[in-house]
Structures are given as structure tokens and as C-alpha cells.
Design a binder for this molecule. Sequence first.
Ligand code: SAM
Ligand code: MG
Length: 214
Amino acid sequence: TRSTRPQRLLRAVQKKAIKGDPQSVISTIDYFCRHSEWAMNVGDEKGVILDSVVCEVSPSTALELGTYCGYSTVRIARLLPPGTKLITLEFNPDYAAVARQIIEYSGLQDKICLVEGASGDLIPKMQELFGIKTFDFVFLDHWKDRYLPDIKLLEECQLLRKGSILLADNVICPGTPDYLEYVRNSPRYESKYFKSHLEYTKVEDGLEKSVFLG
Ligand code: SAM
Ligand code: MG
């Protein structure tokens, strides 16, 4: 049977990136996606905004919803302070298998915990599985109709504290209108849009950064 896009992306990394060098893994994936096949990674342009938010927050606890091939996972984990682990959730076992190899290749496996399963099932288990009380930083990049129910679930499970930062990708393209409506109008959040472009294209897209006010 034919290989899948994630498998081809992994091959490119194994062939061209320097083992143990996260920046080289990131650049190799960006090059592959610009010159061979588009893929749904946050990408290099929005990636710079993601980097700056991660550095500013310098989180002790971090959660990513939607791993795919592990591009943003590596991107975030390489900037985390020593001792911080990024928990990343992915419900597609084929994507998770590729992501594990890309994470391993980058050498950041000790900073990342990839959990296979659906966000709706796993969020309520964060305390029991990892002893997490609250998350300092959450990156939302899974299916777009899950952003709103999942932040409501994070609220209900008391996994957000005053000052927790949510960063949501693709709020314009494909778009998350119900989520934007909520974080922009709820008195529990202070929210700001960072204009950019859909990964590897010139189509408008952006990230929404929302501070949980408690
Ligand atoms: N964050 C990745 C990056 O920038 O490199 C891209 C993630 S991709 C846009 C979205 C991923 O979320 C897909 O791999 C999909 O299988 C996964 N996903 C979607 N809904 C999910 C859910 N409810 N729980 C866990 N994973 C989910
Ligand atoms: Mg995205």
C-alpha cells in the first residue's frame, strides 16, 4: 500500500535532519511542506508567534491538543525551561506513531509526554494521570469544533488558574467562530488576535491568545 503523508514527512526528517537537533528537525519539516507536500503543522510563520508566547510564559506545566506529526510539539518543547514536560494529546494512532519517532529523532523525548486518546476523555484525567493541578500554557490545535467544548472542560476540571494562557491556532482558517465569540466576550478571558497566514500559504489565518482571568 502507498505511504501516508506523515510517513513521507518522517522519511524526510530521517534523511535530511540532524539527529538530536530540534531546529534542524523543524526546518526540514518546513522545507518538505513548502517544496513537496503541504501539511497541517502550525508552520514557520505562525511558529514564530508560538515561540514568542512560549518564551514569554515560560510554563511549568504545558498542554497541547492535537499532535499530528509532532512539529509544534518539538517547537514548543525546545523552548521549555528545564524540568517542564509538555503533555500532548493525539487520538489518531498512525499520527501518534509518526510523532513519537519525530520527537525521538529531535532528542526531546524527555521533555514530552505524548498520550494517545481523545481530548474529551483525557482532560478529566490530567490530575490522576500526571498529578497536574493547573496548566500555565495550553496550545489548541486539534479539530476546530472541539476548541470551545475543551476549554469549557478545562474550566470545569479546574485545570486553569488565574493567568493561564491559551493559544489557539487556525482561528480564521479553517476557523473557530464559536470559540472566538466565547473568549472575546466572556469576562473570564482577556483575548488578543495575532494576524498571520495559514501554514505554508498566503491565506489569512492567525492565533488567538487568551488569558484566563479566573
Ligand atoms: N499541532 C500540530 C502541529 O502544528 O504540528 C498539528 C495538529 S493537526 C492540525 C490536528 C490533530 O489533532 C490531528 O492529528 C488530529 O488527529 C488530532 N485531533 C483532532 N481532534 C482530536 C481530539 N479531540 N483529541 C485528540 N486529538 C485530536
Ligand atoms: Mg493548526
